[in-house]
Design a protein around this ligand. Structure first.
Ligand SMILES: C[S@@+](CC[C@H](N)C(=O)[O-])C[C@H]1O[C@@H](n2cnc3c(N)ncnc32)[C@H](O)[C@@H]1O
Length: 289
């Protein structure tokens, strides 16, 4: 044992087992998508009229479209988020645009481009830390795959744990979603067939953490549409998040049926000396100390 340790030290190799998230040969960074240089004179607009919680969607959309004519360039109107005079950085990032567009399956997937870019840029940071990636509430797997494809696709250098029950029954506190049902788990598994580093775990959170759960987490995306399971996920996962790791709460800043999540999460984080950063996308962000 001592001899082998000395051999390792004098051969220059770091002692101890190689961590799966520290690839051979390297303190080097994992391959990261190159930055696409934004052009001073090019600003993209994004108008994709998916707006929730409006009483007359067609009239509302027509009004926003009309107003967009008065907006300066760089407007974004989708996902209940209407703003202008922005860089819309996500549309300047060609690696992201390729990952996002190739994974779109629904109008919502297209509309939530800014939310997806919050995930992608968080993942860009977290992929350079120790620890695995986790999404609680994987649904169709589009959010997971967008991040994975942005950061290398089949060469994605981390283990990614994607948890979901993939079905719905009336006893659950979250609202039903159109694709949930007995066929969804198989469909999502097939989607990741060429990605051995992506683990699809079917079961109810938090019970499903019992058998398969990483010790260290760099990236934690929680999107369960209900307070009790999200709090259970935080109870289980937050202590495993490494310093500098990021936690993204998909619904934190949405009101209406999502407001109980914010109330429960504020209380939970307050006890630990954190304050959630509310994002205009409706997400909430925490960076672990
Ligand atoms: C809004 S969807 C997730 C969308 C996905 N994160 C994305 O970015 O495309 C919410 C998911 O949470 C799942 N879910 C809710 N409560 C759960 C629980 N207790 N255990 C496992 N899955 C749950 C639902 O089955 C549903 O698929």
């Amino acid at each position: 044992m001592l001899l082998s340790l000395l051999k390792q030290i004098f051969s220059g190799a770091a002692p101890g087992p190689r961590s799966p998230d520290r690839p051979a040969g390297a303190d080097a960074r994992p391959a990261l998508p190159p930055r696409s240089a934004a052009k001073l004179e090019t600003l993209y607009n994004f108008f994709y009229p998916v707006f929730w919680g409006v009483s007359e969607p067609e009239r509302f959309t027509a009004a926003v479209e009309d107003l967009s004519k008065s907006m300066s360039q760089g407007y974004h109107a989708a996902d209940n988020f209407v703003t202008w005079g922005r860089n819309n950085s996500m549309l300047d990032d060609s690696a992201f645009v390729a990952a996002w567009e190739s994974n779109i399956e629904s109008t919502s997937d297209r509309a939530i481009v800014w939310r997806r870019y919050v995930l992608a840029t968080s993942a860009f940071h977290c992929v350079q830390l120790a620890g695995d990636f986790v999404e609680c509430g994987a649904y169709t797997g589009v959010g997971v795959k967008t991040v994975v494809d942005y950061l290398g696709g089949t060469e994605f250098p981390k283990q990614f744990w994607a948890y979901d029950i993939f079905e719905h029954d009336e006893s659950m506190a979250n609202h039903p979603m159109p694709e949930l049902g007995p066929q969804l788990f198989d469909r999502v598994q097939r989607k990741f067939a060429g990605y051995p580093q992506v683990h699809i775990v079917k079961g109810l959170i938090p019970d499903s953490f019992r058998d398969q759960c990483p010790d260290r987490v760099a990236y934690l995306h929680i999107d369960l549409n209900q307070a009790p399971a999200e709090i259970a996920a935080l109870d289980h996962m937050f202590d495993r998040v490494v310093p500098g790791g990021m936690v993204i709460l998909d619904d934190y800043e949405w009101s209406g049926i999502y407001r109980p999540q914010k109330l429960a999460e504020d209380e939970w984080f307050d006890r630990r000396g954190y304050r959630v950063m509310p994002l205009p996308t409706g997400q909430g962000l925490i960076v672990k100390r």
